[in-house]
Structures are given as structure tokens and as C-alpha cells.
Design a binder for this molecule. Structure first.
Ligand code: CU1
Ligand code: CU1
Ligand code: CU1
Ligand code: CU1
Length: 604
């Protein structure tokens, strides 16, 4: 009885304290020059770019009315890291939980942020669109912070491309890029610009909230002669962990404390460095190492820029750290043995159209014709049958409160940053990387070293898998919804490096699509009932979107013709050489001898 009373009291307090924040956003192009080198259009909000930071308190409500003022593109907005408990339909990824928002339409996102605080971000979830600027930070302030600080700074880092992403995509997903080489950025950004100065005072403690909002490249960050104490990873508070630098993949966040010196004689470099190892080639003019400044003294000089291209030397001096060893402050224990294991082997393969695709167990993710959440909502008792979600969406059905394990073996020489919507997961095992492509490190449940799981594993929402390595994740299926799991390197997501978790379909059916979200589908002529093929007979998949057929085995007709022609030409060549070889050369000898006679006669 007392407990019930307390619960009622708490919910009343909550009602009083929690606030609704309404954001009316007109999303449109803004002329900008982020790196100071190349003017280009960026996607801004209400006529401005960089975009605003959403700053709220725990348990507040967010309403975003986003008008698509771009004349040539669909949009969507995802709130990265927010668990959206009870608000699956507001999660944002197009064709997963909503339809793409057509030009001149306004989508309304409306949700409460319960039981979450820390550093998050919002970004477009339509193709690689956030690379064109539709991104910003979300800060959820805690009522009681577990650490003390005097002041805070928000920091974002980015890789930056000069061309707009639709243009980059044309060349990337093309048979003229048969190795699937990722587009190389032209620059990096720090707070959406370069050469940033951060003014600090001596003997103070600063809280830095850091997000990598990039499309592709992980970055190293450090402040010369200072240390960072990591206190939060992806919104999860962790036991303080002192490091000389951080390494942050796209999608990840770190919150660190930085203590300033007592001496104000000097200013210090604050470097952000693109991880060169992720690039297929490094153009001569790509500044890998960028320098910003921690300014103690306005009258003192700023130190010189670190050498732009000296990646190896700069990074080799850093001790770094392995996020695997960060411990949540909550001391959440290792979850028990899984009820369901999803094991995926990831490869990059060329399909019949000559384009390189990313595959989970031989299948690349291809978006369905109806957003998957809407298939769940319109399929009644069939929602528990994975057939209805199509053969190319990599969908898995999870049941309520099961413990789920995801084993991912990376049979690719690249590093990847995998992100799960709707959950924070435990990272319970992860290998180092290897350059030996023929012998990747594959997870083996009988290998004692690999199953020596930590008692209190790291919990986060975006995690790196190393080159030709593996990781193992666990989480409890306690958040009904349709949740995307994908590589946050958006070039790879565009190549289909994704799967979909359909968690507790029966419970999802207790929710419904908002009127506004239905209208969004209608405005874009995207169906919102039916299976993956938009058929109302849920087991008829005729017309569904499928991956390209494989490259043909052996030769095609064209190949045979080409081979026959080549053989004929080669035989003719051999015949000519043979003929030349057996020709009577005596006539030639007579001519040469005669020539010598003439030359000698002249000399005499
Ligand atoms: Cu997300
Ligand atoms: Cu994200
Ligand atoms: Cu990736
Ligand atoms: Cu996502």
C-alpha cells in the first residue's frame, strides 16, 4: 500500500516537473562554407545551419513539427539513442517505422523521453542525407549528475564532403566502382567548422559532450598535455576512466571531464584526427590531423597547427583505450544465457549489376514496399510469421522479455560501427582485428577466451567491430517495436548492411499509426497496409523488392562471343609469327650483302 502511495506521489511530481518542448522546423537548404574551402548547400532548419541543439530534462516531452522545405528530396528524422519506449512510430527510419516525408509535407514527431539522460543526437534517416547537414545534438540533463563540473561544452566532429550525397551515391553504388571503395571525405569538421577556439579558465572542471556525427570515418580526439576522464558512453554513465585521448566511431558519444591547469601562460592544441586506416586511399590534400585550441590566455599565441598529414606519428604517441573495459555506473550484471541467438556473417559481394553490396549471411537489406511497423500493425495474427516481412529485409521476430544475443562475424577488412535502435546492448565479447583476410577471427562458443565474459559489460548503442574480427552483444527484449540494426557508416547502410528486429509483434499491435503519419504516406503514395510487397494476401510476396541476381557462374553469351573472337585473333597472331619464321630469308640476305658492297665501294 505504501509502495502504491509512493508511486502515485512520484507520478504526480513527474507531472509537475516534466515539460513539453515544441519545435517548429522548416527544413531547407542554406548556403554555407563549413570548412572554409568550398561553398556548398547544407540542410538547415529555419534558415540557419549549423542546426540547433535540443536541450531538455529527463522525462520531458518533445514535439517536432518538421516541414520538408527541400524541393527535391524526401526527409525523415531519427532521434539516435532515444529508446522510444511506447513510441516506436516516432523513431524515424524511413520504410522501417514511417514513410519518407515528401517535399511540402509536415511530419509531427511526438514522444516522451522516459528514464533517459545524457548525450544523444538527431539526424535524417533517409539515405546518407545527414551528411548534407540534417543533424544536431540532443542533450538530456540529469536531475542529479553523478559528477561535478563547473561548465560544459558541446562538441561535434564530422567527416565532410564537398559534393552532396545524392551525387556521391551515383558514383559509389556503380559498376564503375567494382571494389565498393567508400567515398573519401574532403575534410573533417569540429563543431561544424574548423580551427575552433574554446576559452577556459584555470583550475576548473569542464564537461565535454562529444558526438561523432560523421557518415564514415572514426576520429581520435585529444588535448595536448591534458587528460580526459570518460564518465558517459552513448548516454550510459560509466565509472570514471582516465585516458589521454578518445577514439569515437560515427554515431557514438562520449562525455568526458577535463580539468584545467592552474597556469594560464599557454594555450593548447585540441586535435581531431580522421582514422586514416579506414580510407582506401588518402588524397594528397586531405588534412587528416586538424587542430583546434583550448585557450587559457587571449594574449598568448595560439600554437602552430599540427602537421596535417602526419597521422601515424601523431596517433602513435597516444595511449588510447579500449571501450570494452568501460563499466556502467549502474553495475548492470551480465545478462543470462540467451533465449535466441542471431548469428550473422558479414561479407561484401558484387551482384549481377556489378555493384558491391553488403551481406548478412548472403543477403543484403532491401527496403520493403510498406514500412515494416505498418506491416506488423496491419497483419493481425500473421504478424508473428516472418514470411510476411519479405525475403530481403533480414527480419527477425523476437518475443517479449527474451534474452537476445547477436553474434556478428566481420569477414571484411574494414572497421564498422554497428548501431541498434530502441535498445542499449551489452558488449560481452569482441576480438581484435587482423589484416589476414584469408583467416578472419570468427566467434567460437567453445573457445574459453572468447566466452570469458565480463561481470559488468559495457552498455551502449553503437559499437565498433574490428577488421576481420567479431563481436557478441546481448540485450533483453523489453521494448516492443520494430528496431533497425545497421552499420552507422552510411555508405555501408546504403549497400544494405542492416537487419530488422521485430520485437513482440502482439504488443506492437496495441499501438496505432497517428493520423499525421498516415497522411505522410498518402502524400508520398507509399502504402501503409499489407506485407513487404504491399499485398493484402500476406503470404503473397509477388512484386516485393529483391536484391539483384548474383553474378552469373562461368561465362555469359557475350563472354563466349568475346572469348571466341579473342581466340581467333590470337591464333591469327601465332600463325603470322610462324609464317614469318619459316619464310625464305635468302632474298633479304642478298639485299643486305649488296648494300654493304655499295657502302664499302663509296668508302674506298
Ligand atoms: Cu539510432
Ligand atoms: Cu544514428
Ligand atoms: Cu560498415
Ligand atoms: Cu539507424
Amino acid at each position: 500500500m505504501i509502495q502504491l502511495y509512493l508511486l502515485l506521489l512520484l507520478s504526480c511530481i513527474n507531472l509537475v516537473v516534466s515539460k513539453t518542448h515544441v519545435f517548429d522546423w522548416n527544413i531547407g537548404y542554406v548556403d554555407a562554407n563549413p570548412d572554409g574551402i568550398y561553398p556548398r548547400k547544407m540542410i538547415g532548419i529555419n534558415g540557419h545551419w549549423p542546426n540547433p541543439t535540443i536541450r531538455i530534462k529527463e522525462n520531458d516531452r518533445i514535439i517536432v513539427n518538421a516541414y520538408n522545405g527541400l524541393n527535391d528530396r524526401n526527409i525523415s528524422i531519427h532521434f539516435h539513442g532515444l529508446l522510444q519506449r511506447g513510441f516506436n512510430g516516432e523513431d524515424g527510419p524511413e520504410m522501417i517505422t514511417q514513410c519518407p516525408v515528401a517535399p511540402n509535407s509536415t511530419i509531427k514527431y511526438d514522444f516522451e523521453v522516459s528514464d533517459q539522460a545524457g548525450t544523444y543526437w538527431y539526424h535524417s534517416h533517409s539515405g546518407a542525407q545527414y551528411g548534407d547537414g540534417l543533424r544536431g545534438m540532443i542533450i538530456i540533463e540529469r536531475e542529479n549528475e553523478p559528477y561535478k563540473y563547473d561548465e560544459s561544452f558541446d562538441i561535434s566532429v564530422n567527416d565532410h564532403y564537398h559534393l552532396e550525397t545524392p551525387e556521391i551515391m551515383k558514383n559509389f553504388l556503380s559498376r564503375f566502382n567494382p571494389t565498393g571503395a567508400e567515398p573519401i571525405p574532403q575534410n573533417s569538421l569540429f563543431n561544424e567548422t574548423k580551427n575552433v577556439t574554446i576559452s577556459v579558465e584555470p583550475n576548473k572542471s569542464y564537461l565535454l559532450r562529444i558526438v561523432n556525427m560523421g557518415l564514415f570515418v572514426s576520429q581520435y580526439l585529444f588535448v595536448e598535455d591534458h587528460t580526459f576522464v570518460i564518465v558517459e558512453a552513448d548516454g550510459v554513465t560509466v565509472e570514471p576512466y582516465e585516458v589521454d585521448s578518445i577514439y569515437i566511431t560515427v554515431g557514438q558519444r562520449y562525455v568526458v571531464l577535463l580539468k584545467t591547469k592552474s597556469n594560464t601562460d599557454k594555450n593548447y592544441r585540441f586535435a581531431n584526427i580522421l582514422d586514416m586506416e579506414m580510407l582506401d586511399f588518402v588524397p594528397e590534400d586531405l588534412q587528416l590531423v586538424s587542430t583546434n585550441y583550448l585557450v587559457y590566455n587571449d594574449d598568448a599565441n595560439l600554437p602552430k597547427h599540427l602537421p596535417y598529414f602526419d597521422f601515424e606519428n601523431t596517433v602513435s604517441k597516444l595511449k588510447g583505450f579500449d571501450d570494452f573495459y568501460l563499466k556502467p555506473l549502474s553495475h548492470e550484471k551480465l545478462l543470462p544465457e540467451p533465449d535466441m541467438t542471431i548469428e550473422v556473417n558479414f561479407t561484401m559481394d558484387v551482384l549481377g549489376n556489378g555493384v558491391t553490396y553488403a551481406m548478412f549471411n548472403g543477403k543484403t537489406y532491401v527496403p520493403p514496399k510498406v514500412p515494416i511497423l505498418y506491416t506488423v500493425l496491419s497483419s493481425g495474427n500473421n504478424s508473428n510469421n516472418d514470411i510476411i516481412y519479405g525475403t530481403n529485409t533480414n527480419s527477425f521476430i523476437l518475443q517479449s522479455n527474451e534474452i537476445i544475443e547477436i553474434i556478428l562475424n566481420n569477414n571484411d577488412p574494414g572497421k564498422h560501427a554497428f548501431h541498434l535502435h530502441g535498445h542499449n546492448f551489452q558488449l560481452i565479447s569482441r576480438s581484435e582485428g587482423t589484416d589476414d583476410e584469408d583467416d578472419p577471427i570468427v566467434f567460437d562458443p567453445n573457445n574459453e577466451k572468447m566466452i570469458n565474459y565480463p561481470k559488468y559489460p559495457l552498455v551502449r548503442d553503437t559499437v565498433e567491430v574490428k577488421s576481420n574480427g567479431y563481436f557478441v552483444l546481448r540485450f533483453k527484449a523489453n521494448n516492443p517495436g520494430v528496431w533497425f540494426f545497421h552499420c552507422h557508416v552510411d555508405w555501408h547502410l546504403e549497400q544494405g548492411l542492416a537487419l530488422v528486429l521485430i520485437e513482440s509483434p502482439n504488443e506492437i499491435q496495441n499501438t496505432e499509426i497517428s493520423k499525421n503519419h498516415k497522411q505522410i504516406c498518402e502524400n508520398n503514395s507509399v502504402p501503409y497496409i499489407g506485407n513487404a510487397a504491399a499485398n493484402l494476401n500476406f503470404f503473397d510476396l509477388n512484386g516485393q523488392n529483391l536484391q539483384e541476381p548474383p553474378l552469373p557462374d562461368g561465362f555469359t553469351l557475350k563472354g563466349y562471343i568475346a572469348m571466341i573472337l579473342c581466340t581467333i585473333v590470337a591464333l591469327y597472331g601465332l600463325w603470322s609469327i610462324y609464317n614469318y619464321g619459316i619464310e625464305d630469308v635468302s632474298k633479304d640476305t642478298i639485299v643486305i650483302e649488296r648494300l654493304y658492297e655499295i657502302i664499302n665501294a663509296n668508302n674506298e
